[in-house]
Design a binder for this molecule. Sequence first.
Ligand code: HEC
Length: 146
Amino acid sequence: MIKLNLGRSHLIALLSICSFGVAAHGPVTPQAINTSTLPALDEEWEETNPYRTEEGDVRTEILRVGASAYNQNCARCHGLGGISGGIAPDLRQLPADYDGDEWFIYRVQNGAVRNGAVYMPKMTEHLNQEALWSIRTWLESVSDEE
Ligand code: HEC
C-alpha cells in the first residue's frame, strides 16, 4: 500500500510539471509589458478606466506604455497606430466612457472564440490590469485626435 501511494504521488508531481511546461508555450505568445512606472492597481478588476483622469507626467507615462503595449500585443490584428486594416474592429471607435470600458473589459478577459477558433486570445492571461488600462487610455487619446 505504501509503495503504491508513493508511486501515485510521483506520477502526479510529474504530470503537473509536464502540464505546466505545455501551458507556458502558447502558439502566439503576447509580449510582457513592464508596468512598474504606472500607478499600481489592485488584483481585482476596476469597472471603469482608473487612468482616465490622470494628468501631467503620470498621464504622459501611461500613454507611452500604452502605445508600446498596444503595438506589441494588439496592432497585428487591430492595426498599427490603432487604425484598423479591417481584420479586427477599430478600437478607437469604442466610447470613452463606462459603456466602452465594460465592453473593453469583456473582450480582454474573454477574447473572441468562434466555432473553436481563437480570433482573439484572452489578453488578461498575458497582460496585467495596468498594461490593459494603459492601452485603453492610449486608444482614447488617439480617438480624440480624429
Ligand atoms: C489575433 C488577433 C487579435 C489580437 C492580437 C487582439 N485582438 Fe482584439 N479582437 C480581435 C477580433 C477578431 C475581434 C472581433 C471579435 C468579434 O467581434 O467576434 C476583436 C475585438 C476586440 C474588442 C471589441 C471591439 C468591438 O468594437 O467590438 C476589443 C475591445 C479588443 N479586441 C481589444 C484588444 C486589445 C486591447 C488587444 C491587445 C491587448 C487585442 N484586442 C488583441 C482580434 C485580436
